[in-house]
Design a protein around this ligand. Structure first.
Ligand SMILES: Cc1ncc(COP(=O)(O)O)c(C=O)c1O
Length: 370
């Protein structure tokens, strides 16, 4: 056809997102659907964010502030870093791509866990780089082996903490053990998309490492605990030189006006964030009890989702839940066939999930008996 699609793009696989509620309603003729598939916040965003969004309507005709001034200042104040160390983008998904565009040249390697957020791999490959996958250890990141895998070709090492999709974390002591073994010319990313949900007090404080390790980049998002997934806003913290280059790669108006205003309001509402954290913590404990009762295997999580497995095929459970109006993420799409990733919902949503799972497991047991 005469087009010159880059070889890297020809080889890319398209990301399969969690099924949207509207699609399931349309396809299955359902009126009530619960989505526990994409780790969104089931409580929604703070009432203060809603107010900020209403007020922002008046400015919809204007381009957003290309420098993200107020947002960067608010993040910097909250984290006690300089605003010149903060960069923002259309979700941390875009920031992953911006990092790959900034640092990866064809032939470079990027190291990641075998089961982790797939966008590190896609971003690496898009730039002609090669992903090096390191097997998991007890479903978590094998950080020692990840560092052992560094070669002269390594440009980036991706640490997802808590890890998506397993929900596991590595602790302070693990980071302290490996950090001095990461060469200065290898960039290490701490993707902390789920940090606000962490319950383990041994979770590492990555911000405190920024001064000592100029090769560290931290990524966070407003899509999860802050409940702003549809507004697409993520941010990163790094040394000023990296931030400068990344801001050149990121488009000037990538974070829209609504996202900027909503994110600022969200950051200022600590009380709401506490409610989100506490609800998730309590519901997680209740789900553990129910999973045990149902004989499901599960991985203890520090995020707002749980990986669980029954003896049944994950595609079958996914489809049966779908028929009952509940969307989860089947493990085969995430590199863990047999498992299912379930976002922790509200008390009501979780009860509906457990009821549906109980029904499915009983039905399947009956079928086997017959
Ligand atoms: C670990 C991790 N990083 C980054 C992202 C991207 O989030 P967003 O682009 O919505 O900020 C996700 C989304 O699921 C994630 O799980």
């Amino acid at each position: 056809m005469g087009y010159c699609i880059r070889e890297e793009v020809l080889g890319l696989e398209r990301y399969v997102a969690g099924k949207p509620i509207s699609e399931v309603k349309r396809e299955l003729g359902l009126t009530e659907v619960i989505k526990l598939a994409s780790n969104e916040n089931p409580l929604g965003c703070s009432p203060k964010v809603k107010q900020a969004l209403k007020e922002a309507i008046e400015e919809a005709c204007l381009y957003p502030d290309a420098s993200n001034y107020e947002l960067k200042e608010t993040i910097a104040k909250k984290l006690a870093v300089k605003s010149s160390q903060v960069f923002c983008g259309t979700g941390s998904d875009l920031l992953i791509r911006a990092i790959c565009s900034t640092f990866i040249s064809p032939g470079d390697e990027s190291i990641m866990a075998e089961v982790t957020f797939s966008r590190y791999d896609a971003g690496t490959k898009l730039m002609g780089g090669k992903s090096v996958f390191v097997p998991m250890k007890n479903h978590g990141l094998d950080v020692d082996k990840m560092v052992d895998s560094i070669t002269a070709k390594t440009k980036i090492i991706w640490f997802c903490n808590p890890n998506n999709p397993t929900g596991t974390i590595f602790r302070k002591e693990d980071l302290e053990r490996i950090i001095s073994r990461i060469p200065e010319n290898v960039i290490f990313i701490m993707d902390e998309a789920y940090i606000e949900y962490v319950t383990d007090d041994q979770y590492p404080d990555s911000i405190s490492l920024l001064d000592k390790y100029p090769n560290l980049i931290i990524l966070r998002t407003f899509s999860k605990a802050y409940g702003l997934a549809s507004l697409r806003c993520g941010y990163g913290i790094a040394n000023e030189e990296f931030t400068n280059y990344l801001n050149t790669v990121i488009g000037p108006f990538d974070v829209n006006l609504f996202a900027q205003k909503a994110a600022v309001a969200a950051l200022k509402d600590n009380e709401y964030l506490q409610l989100v954290y506490e609800t998730n913590r309590q519901e997680k404990e209740k789900l553990y009890i129910e999973f045990k009762r149902l004989g499901l295997d599960y991985i203890e999580t520090n995020a707002n989702f749980i990986m669980a497995a029954s003896k049944l095929d994950d595609k079958l459970v996914f489809n049966e839940l779908l028929k009952r109006g509940i969307i989860i993420r089947p493990g085969y799409l995430l590199g863990m066939p047999g498992w299912m990733r379930i976002t922790i919902g509200t008390e009501e949503q979780n009860k509906a999930l457990i009821k549906a799972l109980t029904e499915i497991l009983n039905e399947q047991a009956l079928e086997v008996a017959n």
